[in-house]
Design a protein around this ligand. Structure first.
Ligand code: SAM
Length: 292
């Protein structure tokens, strides 16, 4: 059988390589807007990620693109694409299980005691670099499964935020691929998802507890609006920041917490040299930082 050839449009001219001056200008712009710092040895990475944006805008020179995002007042939409292009959004359900265990078995009982069991109380948890929402939804599932039965008068609100608009969109839809659920205990998968055509949809009971917003952790004004949290997760994002931006972000996260609240950061991350404001609490496989 003859198959008609599929029409493929001619390739666009490949962008030129990025000059060192343009790399430094773009890196500085990204840094001042997001806190993300591209070291000298990451020039190639930045170039390959931005190349797609140049093609989408039919631009040939990185310099042209850099000037556009830096100086053109009409570039607001493009900045969102830029943040999408430069961020690494790797995540999955139950990513750091020891942290969730500490949350369930130690922190929530302590918070519940402090809040008092008389009357309704609300637990507020922020997944502050939530990517496509797996961490935030994991917290909500654990709450429904393990916390609510023990503390029936306790409610939960999880806020998930991320700088990258496309992952926030995915988080809001609550529909995932196999890759995201690969570490998920089977019990949770069967109870809190419906599966169709290889797509895993989070149950409404879970989604109702979570909302997602597009937000930059490096935006001081927005950060000041994030208050009254009992627990903040800021996992696997500090690694992209330099010391100065880590200090700024962690200090704002400290202010976002209620007294007696807890911060989690990524397994490979540390607050050493970044903040002494928290009390460090070590568990066998997890660390949490308490605001006393
Ligand atoms: C590797 S993912 C981590 C996701 C999740 N917290 C986890 O540990 O599985 C890092 C996320 O941080 C987000 N991010 C990077 N810089 C950010 C910033 N300045 N403000 C908010 N989110 C940021 C990225 O878009 C990305 O989705």
């Amino acid at each position: 059988m003859n198959v008609a050839p599929v029409y493929t449009p001619p390739p666009l001219t490949k962008p030129q390589t990025m000059s060192d001056v343009t790399f430094r200008d773009l890196r500085e712009f990204i840094y001042t807007k997001t806190g993300i710092y591209f070291q000298d040895n990451k020039k190639y990475l930045l170039e390959s990620r931005i190349a797609k944006r140049l093609q989408a805008l039919r631009m040939e020179r990185f310099e042209q693109y850099t000037d556009f995002v830096r100086f053109n007042s009409g570039a607001e939409e493009e900045k969102k694409h830029l943040f999408d292009a430069i961020t690494i959004n790797e995540t999955y359900f139950f990513r750091n299980e020891p942290q969730f265990e500490v949350l369930e078995k130690t922190l929530i009982p302590e918070l519940a005691k402090a809040k008092g069991t008389a009357g309704r109380s609300k637990l507020r948890i922020w997944s502050s670099a939530s990517s496509s929402g797996e961490e935030a939804h994991t917290i909500a599932m654990i709450f429904l499964e393990k916390i609510k039965p023990k503390y029936p008068s306790m409610d939960l609100e999880v806020v998930g935020t991320d700088i990258s608009p496309s992952v926030v969109e995915t988080a809001r839809k609550g529909v995932y691929r196999e890759y995201s659920v690969r570490n998920m205990p089977k019990y949770y998968l069967e109870k809190y998802f419906t599966v169709s055509d290889g797509r895993y949809t989070v149950a409404d009971a879970v989604r109702k507890l979570v909302r997602f917003e597009n937000m930059n952790l490096y935006d001081q004004a927005r950060m000041r609006m994030m208050t009254n949290f009992d627990v903040v997760f800021c996992c696997n994002v500090l690694i992209y920041f330099d010391a100065k931006s880590k200090i700024q972000v962690v200090s704002n996260l400290y202010n976002s917490l209620n007294r007696g609240g807890f911060l989690f950061i990524g397994y490979a991350e540390s607050l050493h040299g970044i903040s002494t404001a928290f009390k460090v609490i070590n568990f066998p496989k997890a660390i949490t930082y308490k605001k006393e």
